[in-house]
Ligand binder design. Structure first.
Ligand SMILES: [Zn+2]
Length: 386
């Protein structure tokens, strides 16, 4: 009986998403693509439309909704688009693209949030070729396919499938050869947190670079890279959940979802091989818009390597001239998140690496290689385990 009720709840949102496409005589709006999201669409006049974006499911906490659609017109004209978020609020400043590869935030003069923040109005010149409008850059299957291809081309990297998502998508691991000590990097638990994905790609690039430091680092530490742990959520345009209506970053310990189960099995296999994780970085994004935040263990906590986060982040900070970021050490919160799980299982630094939603992307590119270099330098100062 319970199972039946749950199935009904699962089916209803799917029927309601018939609003994922609409057109009038001149304007066409379409969200039927990987990562697309539009729940309802209502033309108020020929050049004015109201778009509604709902949360991905009834159980999501920390609510905010993703949006992504393509808008085109049969002739060039200005269209007023109201984006409304009845379950949540307008967290993201719209990003625009003509080709789905190059994105710019909407100009300040063309978009405004309503006073209470539940909606946003965008005035956009639209033409036949159209424009992609999205909460953040669309980093979907094709982005990860390309990235995994590039990783695979690196002579030290092998990619493998460690499991399947709720909807049967492969969960990929990119790893270097077995070593006694490993560094674990996890990406995209929360689908909407794209700046974290941009930072992760830069970070991984730095670790795989040709510098003496990177080579020395890879000679000692095995890299275990899981770029996309929530492929279903990304494909469906979710903000936070996987396709099993779960926040994966609250499932480390319970392991009720196939995505976290796959990583748990990987960790068990490492134990059997005598490979020990020494550091875990989990890439996210935060609505604190224009900075980076590192959630770490309280320094007095007995992490091994000892005081790693403070040493790492202070040495990176010394190299930044005009950039402030936040190091926010916290007691274990009792949440079943990756950070608490890796710390409690291994006693290692387990760090949530947060990038501000609206940070200037150039800052990510400029600063990530410094953070990666200082991480490698700090980890290489450690005496070898055993
Ligand atoms: Zn997150």
């Amino acid at each position: 009986m319970f199972r039946h009720a749950l199935l009904l709840l699962l089916i209803v949102p799917a029927l309601a998403s018939a609003g994922d496409y609409c057109e009038n005589d001149v304007v066409i709006i379409d969200s039927r693509f990987d990562g697309g999201r539009l729940d309802d669409c209502l033309f108020v006049s020929e050049d004015s439309v109201v778009l509604t974006f709902r949360n991905e499911d009834f159980s999501v906490e920390d609510t905010f909704a993703w949006f992504a659609f393509h808008i085109s017109a049969r002739d060039s004209r200005n269209v007023e688009i109201k984006l409304q978020f009845p379950d949540s609020y307008a967290r993201f400043w719209p990003k625009l693209s003509k080709d789905r590869l190059h994105w710019e935030p909407a100009d300040e003069s063309t978009a405004e949030r309503s006073e209470i923040g539940k909606s946003m109005t965008l005035r956009l010149p639209v033409d036949e070729t159209g424009t992609w409008v999205s909460a953040q850059e669309l980093l979907t299957q094709s982005f990860y396919r390309d990235w995994l291809g590039q990783l695979e081309a690196h002579y030290e990297i092998e990619t493998s499938v460690i499991g399947e998502s709720h909807d049967g998508r492969p969960l990929y691991l990119a790893s270097t050869a077995d070593k006694q000590e490993a560094i674990v990097l996890i990406g995209r638990q929360h689908p909407a947190e794209v700046p974290g994905a941009l930072a992760m790609r830069e970070f991984v690039d730095a670790l795989l670079g040709t510098s003496d430091l990177a080579r020395e680092f890879r000679a000692r530490y095995q890299l275990l890279i899981i770029p996309l742990i929530n492929p279903d959520g990304v494909a469906a345009g979710h903000a936070r959940h996987n396709a099993g209506l779960a926040d994966l970053n609250r499932d480390w310990g319970p392991f009720t979802q196939p995505e976290t189960q796959a990583v748990a099995a990987l960790l068990d296999a490492l134990d059997e091989q005598g490979i020990r994780p020494r550091l875990m970085l989990d890439f996210h994004a935060t609505k604190v818009t224009d900075t980076m935040i590192f959630y770490t263990q309280v320094p007095e906590d007995d992490t091994d390597p000892e005081r790693f986060a403070t040493r790492w982040l202070e040495s990176a900070d010394d190299r930044f001239e005009d950039f402030e970021f936040t190091h926010d050490p916290r007691e274990p919160s009792g949440l079943d998140n990756t950070k608490n799980y890796f710390f409690s299982r291994y006693g290692i630094p387990a760090i949530t690496y947060e990038i501000g939603d609206e940070i200037d992307r150039e800052l990510i590119f400029d600063h990530t290689h410094v953070l990666a270099a200082e991480m490698m330098r700090t980890m290489l100062e450690e005496p070898t385990a055993d």
